[in-house]
Design a protein around this ligand. Structure first.
Ligand SMILES: [Zn+2]
Length: 404
């Protein structure tokens, strides 16, 4: 649908008038109505690509290593050169029983309503408003949506591939459900599993061979050494994001009080700050488990999985100025800087490509539960701010570059 453009109306007014609550809600309901557990977001991606195509946008699909659900890429180009504002979201949801969409007053409920199909629908509506209003004169807007976000079923590998292929803007907005602060620092995270084993068969403890190592004792030694590592890591601190850490969350060994076990399993996390690379964090951790094997005569198998790198946002980035102006233009106070409590795709943009990323989404809750909800009015607020951010970024720039 095309909005009438009266002479003398500013591009900002035109784009704000082109954001439609009903169309936004319909998009959110359609996305929520398609189950898309992580790894299996193909049908939701097809639906989104269809909606964007119907809106007259240029749509591309790229499998980026995950042909079951090729990522959705839509572009809108202004008339002249300028920066590209990217809006990025994930289509997958955590593996919980599917809850269909349901509207109750101002709330949309259902799987992914909060995390983050609601926010993604707001970004789609922002893009449609920019297209319908014809208000974007320079630069471009890039919308990307993908699968494989939610751990432990995914670890952002599809998005990492897209970023690696150069599919990235000059700044990214991520409509995850966080709006009470402007996240400027966050820790990177990895999960780890360690299996400590001994060579011999399972036996009664009175039959255990002389000199055969105890996997429980070796596991305890690992806990002690990781405690020491954690103390050292505590010296690395950020006033907002907190401290680095090595954490043990689970230990399992043995079947019966007088059996001599063959295996001790431990699991936990490693978190680090901007300034430490994921590789450094991993090699420091592996140094501890490698030394444990040597010192205890056990076989130690370490599985270490990086979830996301650390995150930082430069408050001097043009994206930040554009976002703050957009908040004011959409009628609300820009949020104050604060920590990012979780890892999200903004971590990937910053840690892999140093692209400034702002996580800002609707008022919503119940993520990773069966009780997800999002405020529909707040989705409209986000759509308006996102659409204005594209105009503000294009006006702030000195025609920095072409669209990717
Ligand atoms: Zn999410």
């Amino acid at each position: 649908m095309r909005v009438a453009m009266s002479i003398g109306t500013s591009p900002r007014d035109r784009v704000l008038a082109a954001v439609h609550r009903g169309r936004l809600l319909e998009t959110a309901v359609r996305l929520v109505s398609i189950p898309s557990p992580t790894g299996d977001a193909g049908r939701a991606a097809d639906c989104l690509a269809g909606l964007l195509g119907e809106a007259g946008l240029e749509v591309e699909r790229r499998d980026a290593g995950h042909p079951a659900a090729p990522a959705v890429i839509a572009r809108l180009r202004g008339g002249g050169p300028g920066p590209t504002l990217q809006m990025d979201g994930h289509l997958d949801t955590v593996h919980l029983p599917f809850v269909p969409p349901r509207v109750e007053g101002d709330l949309l409920r259902g799987s992914g309503a909060c995390d983050m199909k609601g926010g993604l629908a707001a970004a789609v509506e922002a893009l449609r408003a920019l297209k319908d209003s014809g208000a974007l004169r320079r630069g471009a807007v890039l919308l990307t949506a993908h699968d494989l976000h939610e751990a432990p079923w995914g670890s952002g590998e599809q998005l990492d591939r897209l970023i690696g292929e150069g599919l990235r803007g000059d700044g990214v907005l991520i409509p995850e459900p966080l709006c009470d602060r402007l996240p400027v620092a966050g820790r990177g995270a990895a999960t780890w599993k360690v299996a400590v084993r001994r060579p011999g068969p399972p036996v009664h403890e009175v039959m255990r061979p002389e000199g055969e190592p105890s996997v429980i004792a070796a596991g305890a030694e690992l806990i002690r050494r990781l405690g020491r590592l954690d103390e050292e890591l505590a010296r690395k601190r950020d006033p907002l994001a907190g401290r680095e850490s090595a954490f043990v969350g689970q230990v399992h060994s043995g079947e019966i009080y007088n059996g001599f076990p063959r295996e001790c399993l431990l699991e936990g996390t490693r978190r680090w700050l901007p300034g430490t690379s994921p590789g450094e964090a991993e090699s420091g951790f592996r140094a501890v488990t490698d030394a444990l094997a040597r010192d205890t005569g056990t076989m130690v198998e370490t599985t270490y999985r990086v979830i996301r790198g650390a995150f930082a946002l430069d408050l001097e980035a043009p994206l930040v100025a554009a976002f703050r102006r957009a908040c004011e233009g959409a009628g609300f106070r820009p949020p104050e800087p604060g920590p990012k409590p979780f890892v999200d795709d903004g971590n990937s943009f910053w840690s892999l490509a140093r692209v400034p990323a702002i996580t800002h989404g609707p008022r919503a809750g119940g993520q990773h539960t069966l009780e997800e909800w999002v405020s529909i009015d707040d989705l409209v607020r986000v759509a308006r701010a996102y659409a204005l951010a594209a105009l503000e970024l294009s006006e702030l720039s000195d025609a920095a570059g072409e669209a990717p």
